[in-house]
Each structure stands twice: as C-alpha cells, then as structure tokens.
Design a protein around this ligand. Structure first.
Ligand SMILES: [Zn+2]
Ligand SMILES: [Zn+2]
Length: 94
C-alpha cells in the first residue's frame, strides 16, 4: 500500500487553513513503483494527514517584501530581474 503524507494546518499569521502541498510526500510501495503510477496498486494509497502550522505562502511573501528589497516591488518576471541584478553585483565586485 502506498502512503501519501500530507501536512495541513493553520497559518500562524492570517489563521487560514491550508494544505501544504510543498511538504506532501508520496511514498509508493513496490507494487506501485513497478507500474510507475503512485497509488496504482491492489490496496491503493493511504492518506496520512499531519497537523502542521506555519506561515502560508501569501504571508511569507509579504514578509519578504517588508524587509525592503526594492526588486520585490515588481512581482512580474521577478526571476529574470533577480538574475540581471546578480550579474550586476558580480561585475561590481570585480
Ligand atoms: Zn501501493
Ligand atoms: Zn497566512
């Protein structure tokens, strides 16, 4: 039987109830591993739910921006901007 470990709980900041998808672990049994599909076995998947409180993504992002990173103001294409920013920094230190 496969085991799906799910963590769910309340956000310690806004109090909302969330399932923490990032922490979800799928532990396939040998039978499911052979088929390559999680839960595809004679006994199916068992959902093992744990209580876990942490900041939700929205609150965590809020805090990041609160630190005062100017780049964080434009959330669109943040990854690309971070990259160019990093390159600039590297040139400066040379
Ligand atoms: Zn299984
Ligand atoms: Zn929250």
């Amino acid at each position: 039987m496969c085991r799906m470990v799910v963590f769910a709980g309340s956000c310690i900041k806004c109090g909302g109830y969330f399932t923490w998808d990032d922490l979800t672990q799928e532990l396939p049994c040998l039978e499911a591993k052979n088929t390559g599909i999680f839960g595809y076995c004679s006994r199916g998947a068992f959902r093992d739910e744990h209580q876990f409180d942490q900041e939700c993504d929205a609150c965590a992002v809020d805090e990041d921006e609160g630190v005062g990173d100017v780049d964080a103001n434009s959330s669109d294409g943040r990854a690309g901007k971070d990259d160019s920013h990093r390159k600039k920094k590297r040139q400066r230190t040379k």
